[in-house]
Write a protein that binds this ligand. Structure first.
Ligand SMILES: O=C(CO)COP(=O)(O)O
Length: 143
């Protein structure tokens, strides 16, 4: 299996965006606040999250994957293992039972196994975004 461990050919940040249903509005709001950075990034999202994001921000360079419960979480997990992502923004709903809880756990687990910068809520996502930009470009101004 491919293990690219490489940068994006375009040099862009590669970020996966995922939100559970009750957190999708929060993620759309968060993306709106970081649009100046995210519109230059290579984005991936689980299906429903991706559809909502593209409706709100049609110009994003975003690839929608399968819906989370239908394999999308696992697709993102595979991308982490193949080192095809720089970060994961995953707005988790901790108050609702999920039929695909095992997939959610597996995705979190792989992000930890591979020490991928991951945020599960808006404030943490702000810090992860700052860190990713500083790591990649040296400063926010250079991004
Ligand atoms: O369920 C999800 C993550 O576990 C998100 O999937 P959707 O973006 O398809 O709703």
């Amino acid at each position: 299996m491919q293990d690219t461990d490489s940068k994006s050919p375009t040099g862009a940040l590669r970020i996966a965006l995922v939100a559970h249903d009750k957190k999708k509005d929060d993620l759309i709001e968060w993306v709106g606040k970081h649009l100046h950075l995210l519109e230059k990034a290579e984005l991936f999202a689980t299906g429903t999250t991706g559809g909502r994001l593209l409706k709100a921000f049609p110009d994003l360079n975003l690839t929608p994957l399968f819906s989370g419960p239908l394999g999308g979480d696992q697709q993102i997990g595979a991308m982490i293992a193949e080192k095809r992502l720089d970060g994961l923004i995953f707005f988790v709903d901790p108050l609702s039972p999920m039929p695909h809880d095992v997939d959610v756990k597996a995705l979190n687990r792989l992000a930890i196994v591979y020490d991928l910068p991951m945020a599960c809520s808006a404030t943490t996502a702000n810090f992860v975004m700052l860190g990713l930009v500083e790591q990649k470009f040296g400063s926010m101004e250079a991004a």
